[in-house]
Design a protein around this ligand. Structure first.
Ligand SMILES: Nc1nc2c(ncn2[C@@H]2O[C@H](COP(=O)(O)OP(=O)(O)OP(=O)(O)O)[C@@H](O)[C@H]2O)c(=O)[nH]1
Ligand SMILES: [Mg+2]
Length: 446
């Protein structure tokens, strides 16, 4: 475990310059002492009550600080497990920085490092590692679906799942320990089905969890939807129409878009990254060729492609698209009376006809991608995926050892290793460098 110093830490918990209210947090043994030197109020600070008053100190000039509200949480009944003070002030960047500066001159206080409040919460046992990570996800959640997933993890769904797997492993270990106790009596060890069944169940759960990862990444990064097609087919026009703003340049000249342009919209509660791309064609122009390469990269990374056809251009389906879900759109129907049969949507960016159908189709495709997860858990972190890949492998090793009728001491040691791997999710057995990496990814003040 990392050294947990007894310092009192301070940080602004809202990014400077946002406006509204800002919260400055002080956590540690000197929190209460410090605030009593900087804050005056007719009322006593009472734990868990918000107290209205003024910040006052020789270091603060008159008029620099007006009213504020201080909330005091007495350790261990605080989020960090230690004495914690939260000062709500007006959110101007100047006021925030000034207060921080002044507090940092107070004896025994130092600036909190990134994620240190949450880290202290973890070290004091208030939350396990998976919930601490969910705090970061909650802060970064861009849409309803990502928020829901982060919230589920924060409520402890992942921990509950891990606990139930751990309990089964511990039970299996108990069965084996009992065998080991009798091993000096030369009774043959025949591994009971009671060992195989729970382990097979655990392996199935781990596999189902790993299957949620692909969707989990989409939750994290957004569903990538490039608009692809021949030059002049109307990709940029459609991109603008879906965004509801004139974001991309549209001209009658083929080869207008070179660089990819992306912008997020929300469909069915999910962030969708719409990407306008350069039209696919053979070309001598170096700049356009780079654009086409980028379009092909986008196709490679796409979750869903909107393939745009038009009567006055010829869009061929790129080979790279074979495995990617797609919506085939026939654009510019205002120009023709007859159109091909094999398209999903018939559209006119000029008149808006067909746009609602395209939006519905996009909605349906997104809803089809939703994975409800296992016990409300969708894996979205590379770290969690890595742990579960190793865990699944270790459970497979345990099962092999049991079926291969290895001695109970070998199977027990395989099971202990599986338990250790699983403990990395909740932080029981997570190496210090990984902990450092996780918490340094947080922002200061969290
Ligand atoms: N009549 C008609 N013209 C359209 C429609 N959609 C787009 N256009 C026109 O087609 C031309 C090309 O449109 P863009 O949106 O720039 O086409 P693009 O696919 O982005 O073209 P590149 O960027 O060159 O690959 C412009 O003159 C648009 O006004 C449509 O539905 N009907
Ligand atoms: Mg374009």
């Amino acid at each position: 475990m990392l050294p947990f110093d007894e310092d009192t830490i301070v940080a602004i918990s809202t990014p400077p310059g946002i406006g509204g209210l800002a919260v400055v947090r002080i956590s540690g043994p000197l929190a209460l002492d410090t605030i009593s030197q900087y804050f005056t109020s007719p009322q006593e600070l009472t734990p868990r009550y918000a107290t209205y008053g003024k910040l006052k100190h020789a270091d603060l000039s008159e008029g620099e600080f007006d009213d504020c509200i201080v909330t005091f949480f007495k350790g261990p009944h605080s989020v960090t497990g230690e004495d914690l003070v939260e000062i709500s002030i007006h959110g101007g960047a100047y006021l925030q920085q000034k207060l921080l500066e002044v507090l940092l001159r107070a004896p025994g206080l130092r600036a909190a490092s990134a994620g240190e409040f949450t880290f202290r919460s973890f070290l004091s046992g208030r939350i396990d590692l998976s919930r601490a990570e969910a705090v970061a996800d909650l802060i970064h959640a861009k849409d309803k679906a990502a928020h829901k997933n982060a919230r589920n993890q924060f409520l402890g769904n992942l921990r509950l799942l891990v606990d139930s797997m751990s309990d089964k492993l511990i039970h299996s270990l108990t069965v084996l320990e009992a065998e080991l106790d009798f091993s000096d009596q030369e009774i043959d060890f025949s591994p009971p089905q009671a060992l195989i069944d729970p382990l097979s169940e655990i392996k199935t759960t781990a596999e189902a969890l790993l299957d949620t990862y692909f969707y989990g990444r989409r939750l994290e990064e957004g569903i990538r939807v490039p608009l692809v097609g021949a030059p002049n087919s109307g990709k940029s026009s459609l991109f603008n129409l879906l965004l509801g703003e004139e974001r991309a340049i549209v001209t009658a000249q083929a080869g207008t878009t070179r660089d990819t342009i992306e912008k997020a919209i929300v469909v069915a509660g999910h962030s969708i990254i719409l990407v306008d791309t350069a039209g696919l064609r053979e070309t001598q122009s170096e700049a356009e060729l780079s654009g086409v390469d980028r379009s092909l990269d986008e196709i490679d990374n796409a979750d869903l492609v909107i393939l745009v056809h038009a009567p006055d251009t010829e869009t061929s389906i790129p080979d790279e698209l074979i495995h990617t879900p797609q919506i085939a759109v026939f654009n510019k129907i205002d120009l023709v009376s007859d159109h091909p049969r094999d398209m999903d949507i018939y559209l006119s960016c000029a008149t808006g006809e067909g746009l609602d159908l395209l939006k519905k189709s996009l909605y349906t495709q997104v809803v089809n991608m939703i994975n409800e997860g296992v016990g409300g858990v969708v894996l979205n972190s590379e770290r969690h995926r890595d742990v579960f890949v190793r865990f699944r492998g270790q459970i497979a090793t345990c099962l092999d050892s049991i079926r291969g009728e290895l001695g109970p001491e070998y199977i027990a040691s395989d099971l202990r290793l599986a338990l250790d791997i699983l403990g990395e999710i909740t932080g029981k057995t997570t190496p210090d460098d990984i902990l450092n990496q996780i918490f340094s990814g947080f922002c200061v003040g969290k």
